[in-house]
Design a protein around this ligand. Structure first.
Ligand SMILES: CCCCCCCC/C=C\CCCCCCCC(=O)SCCNC(=O)CCNC(=O)[C@H](O)C(C)(C)COP(=O)(O)OP(=O)(O)OC[C@H]1O[C@@H](n2cnc3c(N)ncnc32)[C@H](O)[C@@H]1OP(=O)(O)O
Length: 155
């Protein structure tokens, strides 16, 4: 997995689907039956995804679970790392839920790097409905890590 991960940090063309983090990733892994199967493409300095939540991720009837929305946004941020060129992990994630995110409705999610300070990446994202109205916004702090972060043994 480490070798394939490193290959993902090559230049990516505008509009072309970016590779999933790995096959089982909850956000984007094509082989995870419980996952969101998020498909993300580069858009300028940022990333964009068109995504529809389904009944596996329902919270209140008809409404996407807030945790599912946060999962998708967190994973979307993970695609910015391909553009930044370093592995990093989420240290802080905030989501503002302005209006409900509905099941079965196509949303557009966008994320970009706001600024880079040492190991810290300050990230922003938004989610908009079919009419372009913003239903949610997010900020995150990711911290760059070395490969050993993923290989180190922990309890
Ligand atoms: C190349 C090959 C690699 C192999 C790859 C294998 C496969 C990988 C597959 C897929 C990956 C991508 C998938 C994306 C999916 C979405 C992302 C996720 O779900 S990530 C999971 C959830 N997150 C965690 O599990 C983090 C848990 N936390 C930690 O491990 C540590 O806290 C860590 C590494 C983040 C930082 O720990 P410290 O000890 O290294 O560093 P400290 O000193 O605590 O903080 C660093 C700097 O950040 C600042 N900082 C911390 N919190 C901050 C905050 N809230 N706001 C601003 N700054 C903050 C601190 O003040 C410090 O700054 P100053 O260096 O002193 O300038």
């Amino acid at each position: 997995m480490l070798a394939t991960w490193a290959e993902k940090f090559r230049p990516h063309r505008e509009g072309v689907d970016l590779p999933p983090h790995h096959e089982q990733c909850l956000g984007c892994g094509p082989d995870n039956p419980h996952g969101h199967h998020l498909q993300v493409r580069r858009h300028g300095d940022g990333v964009v995804a068109d995504h529809t939540f389904d009944n596996r991720h329902v919270g209140a009837p008809g409404i996407a679970h807030g945790g599912a929305v946060a999962t998708v946004i967190d994973d979307l941020y993970g695609f910015l790392l391909y553009l930044v060129g370093t592995p990093a992990v989420t240290r802080q994630l905030t989501v503002e839920y302005r209006t409900p995110v509905m099941i079965g409705v196509p949303y557009r999610l966008q994320a970009q790097v706001q600024r880079h300070e040492g190991r810290k990446l300050f990230l922003v994202a938004s989610i908009a409905g079919p009419d372009g109205s913003v239903v949610g916004t997010s900020t995150a702090v990711f911290v760059a890590v070395g490969i050993d972060h993923f290989t180190r043994e922990r309890q």
